[in-house]
Design a protein. Structure first.
Length: 480
């Protein structure tokens, strides 16, 4: 049988409370009962010792048992002890004559200690008085063989015996009854506590599992593709943190789904444009609108090259995203690679009259652990970005510096600049600051995204900010 978490939690709470309550019942039943019995025994022994001492005093004062034998009231007082308590509960009838001052006391004592057959006192049938010859003074002679005798010694001579029958006294029975009643009351209280604990355990289990049920329902929604699902955060404990983490996961999935859809739409748009141009030119040639000559073929060839570059960029970007590009890292001089790229682009920069300044602040040559081909691709994309976007007659300043752990390369070009709100998205795939800019000059918006992946693969960082020259400032940081 499979139990849900709610049932398991309920059983744990209920059984824990039941175990505690059961342990307390066992403690009352055994430990406290044993202590109470020992207490009764000690109290009984102290009572018998007190009666023995009173009998010693009586024997010494009267010189024998004659007065005690003749006056049942004295014996009753020894057995009953507290005469004040007796007076408060005196019976209505009067059985003893005497002066008015002692009438109430005598009446109560004789009522409590009225003689029955054999001279046995109803006040406490367990206690008997015997003389030195073990003859019964007060008590039942038929029970003499069952007595436990306590000698009454006066002047080192045994003058009598206090006989005690086994078993509890009337007061001890009342005390034991009190203990039994206490145990029963406590058992009833435990039953009430168990009932209340069952209700509380069920309530707590539902309360604790309510966020989990919400998260379970939200997880099913996410599995069905409903990424807008959120769960309420109702607490600040671990379950509340779990709900917040779930909402964060759902939000990330929703953003990723939106990015994926935008990515697919952008790729479709980028591929559709050159294909539409190719289709239009070919159909124009088929219809005879445009002659099939060298210019037309060159135009078609240019569109095919542009489409090929887009496909190559998409492939390289997907490889860098997935980590599929192979990096063959070795100790290389990044400045030498940068200078080679500048030489290969020198003619293009001259045709656009863009001035290049390389400011090398390094005191000595450095080498880093990197892939030279990927560094060349990184610098090529950064330089191509300047060629595409910088106005003619502009300027590009490259500054190289270092500290103890990092090599920093700053690429700062002149106008036009990039709005600050677009800077955080500048390295996103297929993102262009001006979507209407011609793709002949603006590209597909994949170059900087590839740069970011290459830099991250080398353990570095790349960022963008406004340039002091009025254009874009791209900073690349690589570990030494």
């Amino acid at each position: 049988m499979n139990f849900s978490i709610r049932h398991k939690l309920f059983l744990v709470l209920f059984l824990t409370i039941g175990l505690v309550a059961g342990s307390m019942v066992i403690f009352i039943e055994f430990s406290l009962e044993g202590l109470f019995v020992r207490y009764l025994d000690d109290r009984q022994q102290a009572r018998f010792s007190g009666i023995t001492e009173q009998l010693k005093n009586e024997y010494t004062e009267s010189g024998g048992w004659q007065r005690l034998d003749a006056d049942q009231l004295v014996w009753a007082k020894m057995l009953l002890g507290d005469s004040e308590h007796i007076i408060k509960h005196r019976p209505p009838e009067a059985v003893v004559e005497g002066d008015q001052g002692n009438r109430d006391l005598e009446e109560a004592l004789l009522s409590k200690a009225k003689l029955v057959e054999g001279g046995f006192l109803r006040a406490d049938r367990r206690v008997m008085l015997l003389d030195a010859n073990r003859s019964i003074i007060y008590g039942d002679p038929d029970l003499a063989d069952l007595l436990t005798l306590r000698p009454i010694i006066v002047n080192k001579r045994t003058v009598g015996y206090l006989g005690i029958l086994p078993g509890p006294s009337i007061s001890d029975l009342r005390a034991a009854h009190f203990l039994d009643q206490l145990t029963n009351d406590f058992a009833l209280m435990v039953m009430v506590v168990m009932l209340v604990s069952a209700v509380l355990a069920y309530t707590v289990a539902n309360r604790v599992l309510e966020p989990l049920r919400a998260i379970t329902s939200g997880s099913r929604d996410l599995a069905r593709g409903h990424y807008e699902a959120r769960v309420p955060v109702t607490a600040k404990d671990e379950l509340g943190q779990l709900a917040e983490d779930f909402n964060g996961l759902a939000e990330a999935l929703q953003q990723n789904e939106g990015t994926r859809r935008q990515w697919v739409a952008d790729i479709s748009h980028e591929i559709r444009t050159p294909l539409s141009v190719l289709r239009g030119e070919i159909e124009a040639m088929q219809d005879g609108v445009r002659p099939v000559d060298l210019d037309a073929i060159n135009s078609l060839h240019g569109e095919i090259l542009r489409l090929g570059r887009l496909v190559d960029d998409l492939y390289e970007l997907s490889m860098t995203d997935l980590g599929g590009l192979q990096y063959h890292k070795t100790r290389v001089d990044p400045i030498a690679i940068l200078e080679d790229d500048l030489k290969s682009h020198a003619e293009e920069f001259r045709s656009l009259r863009i001035e290049i300044t390389l400011e090398n602040q390094l005191a000595e040559q450095v080498s880093i652990h990197a892939d030279p081909d990927r560094l060349e691709q990184l610098f090529y994309n950064l330089l191509s970005n300047t060629l595409r976007y910088t106005d003619e007659g502009g300027r590009l300043m490259i500054r190289v510096s270092r500290d103890d752990k990092w090599l920093t390369l700053d690429f700062m070009d002149s106008a036009p600049g990039v709005p600050e709100e677009d800077l955080p998205r500048l390295f996103d795939r297929l993102y262009r600051v001006e979507t209407s800019r011609s793709r002949v000059y603006g590209g597909a918006g994949l170059g900087l995204a590839i740069c970011r992946n290459i830099v991250h693969a080398h353990g570095g960082g790349i960022s963008a900010q406004p340039s002091v020259l009025g254009g874009l400032w791209v900073q690349v940081v690589l570990p030494l």
